[in-house]
Design a protein around this ligand. Structure first.
Ligand SMILES: Cc1ncc(COP(=O)(O)O)c(C=O)c1O
Length: 359
């Protein structure tokens, strides 16, 4: 069943915009795919709709089914929107880290929220959340778990994202940068590239502290990208470069994006912004780079865009983060945030293990 109706038919077809002001002094051309234009505000609208509509086509779920998924963020909202529209019951299994805004949004969509309150020995909730999902699946008849970390329909949804990008550009981009968690976005784009024999190199942007590309686990503050487990969907043979970006860099990237391009985007977009700048050190001049910005910054007003929160997390904010000079001719080598020690940003790709070339 393919339902071309109402709000859900507006998912996808998001704009691709040229960013002229973000990197003064850099010779490459930068475009951004603005996934915040999806009706639920993120790229996960695509995934939610694609997974559920295909499951319906295949008869895996019916009008009476209960959808159960573990998520604290955009996936939960994407599913909430689709389930509201289709009249399906949705249970989202989440944990105390979920932010207030997401919780409020889920409530207004009518989602049932199951909160896991016990962390495992490493302080993570993921395993207990998955355990709760399994319990619910066992006890609720006609229940369906989209399981975004291993469902091939997740990357399949983003095959279309890359197709849209290619169709909007005069020629296929030299580089595509996407933040990673389930790896659905990047693998969908990468498959499109491979199947169409495009020259585009695939650049994964991961969080420092995420284990996806073999780094060690540490505390991460910014939700969205990064993961505490390696996605079943990842095939590293598709990935050309991996760049790791810290929480502080995400904040800087988000604020630069807002100040220079008036784009209010979420934390992973900030990561992609910083990664694209790092990438310039190892790629030819005048490359065409497309960045995927996965969501809007509105859900981060109390964190990334809140000076108090940033001060609490990262010691102190440099005045320049609040007010940037009107013009700047050089690529930014100075950090927007400073504290006595480690807030300076490594702009030379390769240092701190931030760049890994898989090619
Ligand atoms: C804001 C944001 N950026 C990036 C990602 C990573 O996307 P993917 O799960 O397709 O790897 C997510 C995933 O939830 C996200 O919410």
């Amino acid at each position: 069943m393919r339902i071309e109706t109402g709000l859900l038919s507006t998912i996808g077809k998001t704009p691709l915009v040229l960013l002229k002001k973000l990197y003064p002094g850099l010779s490459s051309t930068f475009y951004a795919k603005l996934e915040m234009f999806n009706p639920g505000g993120s790229s996960k609208d695509r995934t939610a709709w694609f997974m559920l509509s295909n499951a319906m086509d295949e008869g895996k779920l019916t009008q009476n089914s209960t959808i159960i998924e573990s998520s604290s963020g955009n996936m939960a909202i994407g599913l909430a929107q689709v389930c509201r529209y289709l009249g399906l019951h949705l249970i989202v299994v989440t944990d105390p880290k979920i932010n207030r805004r997401t919780l409020d949004l889920l409530r207004v969509y009518g989602t049932q929220i199951e909160r896991v309150t016990k962390a495992d020995s490493s302080g993570n909730y993921l395993n207990n959340r998955l355990e709760r999902v399994r319990q619910l699946l066992d006890t609720i008849s006609d229940s369906y778990w989209p399981n975004q970390y291993s469902n091939e329909l997740n990357p399949a949804a983003h095959y279309e994202t890359m197709k849209e990008i290619v169709n909007s550009c005069p020629e296929p981009p030299d580089y595509i940068l996407a933040a990673t968690s389930t790896c659905g976005t990047i693998m969908g784009c990468a498959r499109y590239v491979r199947e169409h024999h495009l020259k585009t190199k695939i650049v994964a942007v991961d969080a420092v502290g995420s284990v996806i590309f073999g780094s060690s686990k540490c505390r991460r503050l910014i939700p969205g990208h990064g993961a505490g487990k390696i996605s079943d969907l990842l095939d590293e043979s598709f990935i050309d470069h991996v760049l790791h970006v810290s929480d502080k860099e995400c904040v800087i990237g988000c604020r630069r994006l807002l100040q220079r391009e008036a784009i209010l985007a979420g934390g992973s977009a900030g990561a992609v912004v910083m990664a694209a700048e790092k990438l310039q050190a190892i790629i030819p001049h005048d490359s065409n780079c497309v960045m995927i910005f996965s969501d809007s910054g509105e859900r981060y007003l109390e964190t990334i865009f809140n000076d108090k929160w940033v001060e609490n997390q990262f010691d102190r904010i440099d005045e320049s983060v609040k007010k940037e000079p009107e013009t700047s001719i050089e690529p930014d080598m100075t950090p927007v945030l400073v504290s006595g020690h480690d807030l300076s940003i490594d702009h030379s790709a390769g240092k701190n293990g931030s760049t890994k070339n898989y090619s």
